[in-house]
Ligand binder design. Structure first.
Ligand SMILES: [Zn+2]
Length: 439
């Protein structure tokens, strides 16, 4: 029985350049606006509760006021923060939880990239905490990503590396790309729920994340907050309302030959698990000023961190999120669905931090945004192919179990929103770009 059909060729009529009322998919705003300060687009959906996400979800998008995005507004709020006072607040918080009896007193989730390195190092060495670092493994480590992960541990930390069942993770990643064009979604869910689950199991009362997602315009009304809301990583929803890879848990169990055990690592803990225990989840970025470039220099100096030896596809940088070979595909899919590629993400942040000008950013976006994920494609296409030998229970769920470049291109076109994309003479281009607008 086939459940996932091969994407079909479709009518290109609504993608004609002159269409003045094209459809907008995913609940994205019809009118495309770029922030007048950082050039970010209003098409970015906010990160919602991932376990409710399906193809019909209409997520709220980044909030703009007078042409300025919420990330830029948050940046201005942060410039007025009394960081000395915040540091004292962190001392008080750490005094409350610090343990000297051999038990861990906090969890620092991370991959061993610059941000998790900075967070764990500061907590351990400047605030005398005893952190346990925890990691949800990437799909496929890059060579330099794995070396940085090892450097992190060898710079003085205990680490729990959780690597999910490789077959189930591949299958869920394939379903997520077919159903949502979101190859990272199962990873995001696993990575999000693993630290609080482990904290509950090991009776560790405090979890530290790095930056509050509102720094990147994640929520319109988020104040600069220290606590992370429990509803992001706990739930009371039943299997028919809980989604992974665009399908309900009920469907995955009843129709996709998966078991409760297979899916458990991807599901949020039940709310009642927290009832007799306290779990304090905080953003370290609330207490300490957070500069990605400075975290990088810190990680190089103290932890032997190394940038990638090559430029990252889709952008100009070499040190941000470099440990997973599927990353290039992730940013390519955001470019296709929202018109926002990796150079836009990177440059908007650097404009806010005063590292580059808007004019420089626009040139970088023009040059690198949406670059095709060429370098690891052979390995990724193999990873996404659900062949009969390795997946006897699952390969027949797909009309095309194998995943190749032709399949990826068909799928890519299926997820282009007509209000973002136009097609002329079989060539795709964005209807509106930051570099097509006057500076
Ligand atoms: Zn902005």
């Amino acid at each position: 029985m086939i459940k996932i059909n091969k994407p079909q060729q479709f009518d290109l009529n609504e993608y004609v350049p002159g269409n003045n009322n094209p459809r907008n998919l995913y609940g994205l705003p019809k009118k495309i606006i770029f922030c007048k300060e950082c050039s970010f687009s209003n098409q970015k959906p906010n990160s919602e509760k991932e376990y409710t996400h399906n193809i019909n979800s209409k997520k709220p998008t980044m909030d703009f006021i007078d042409g300025v995005c919420s990330a830029c507004r948050m940046h201005k709020i942060k410039q007025k923060v009394d960081w000395e006072k915040r540091k004292q607040e962190l001392h008080i918080l750490c005094d409350k939880y610090r343990k000297n009896d051999g038990d861990y007193d906090c969890i620092v989730p991370g991959s061993g990239g610059k941000d998790s390195f900075y967070a764990s190092y500061v907590l351990k060495n400047e605030f005398n905490m005893n952190p346990l670092t925890v990691t949800w493994a990437p799909h496929i480590y890059t060579e330099w990503g794995f070396k940085n992960f090892q450097s992190w541990i060898h710079s003085g930390f205990d680490n729990y590396l959780f690597t999910p069942n490789g077959k189930i993770h591949r299958l869920l990643t394939r379903l997520a790309i077919d159903n949502l064009f979101h190859p990272f979604q199962p990873f995001i869910m696993g990575q999000m729920y693993f630290p609080p689950k482990l904290a509950l199991k090991m009776n560790i009362p405090l979890v530290f994340y790095g930056e509050n997602p509102s720094e990147y315009g994640n929520k319109s009304d988020d104040k600069h907050k220290a606590e992370k809301d429990l509803s992001f990583f706990s739930s009371e929803l039943q299997n028919e309302k809980m989604y992974i890879s665009g399908l309900t848990v009920k469907e995955l169990i009843e129709n996709y030959n998966l078991s409760k055990n297979d899916l458990e690592p991807y599901l949020p803990p039940k709310k009642n698990k927290f009832s007799d225990k306290t779990l304090d989840v905080r953003y370290l970025g609330y207490y300490l000023p957070w500069h990605p470039q400075e975290c990088f220099y810190y990680a190089v100096e103290k932890g032997n961190f190394r940038p990638s030896p090559e430029r990252t596809t889709g952008t100009y940088s070499k040190y941000s999120s470099i440990d997973d070979k599927i990353d290039d595909f992730h940013y390519y899919t955001t470019f296709i669905k929202f018109g926002i590629g990796r150079a836009t993400y990177d440059s908007s942040q650097e404009i806010r931090n005063g590292e580059i000008t808007k004019e420089e950013a626009v040139l970088l976006i023009k040059q690198f945004d949406g670059e095709y994920p060429e370098r690891f494609k052979k390995e990724i296409f193999e990873y996404l192919s659900i062949n009969e030998k390795e997946f006897p229970l699952h390969y027949n769920l797909f009309e095309s179990p194998s995943f190749d470049e032709k399949y990826f291109k068909l799928l890519t076109n299926k997820f282009r929103s007509p209000h973002i994309w136009q097609n002329e003479n079989d060539k795709w281009s964005l209807r509106k770009t930051i570099f097509g607008n006057k500076l």
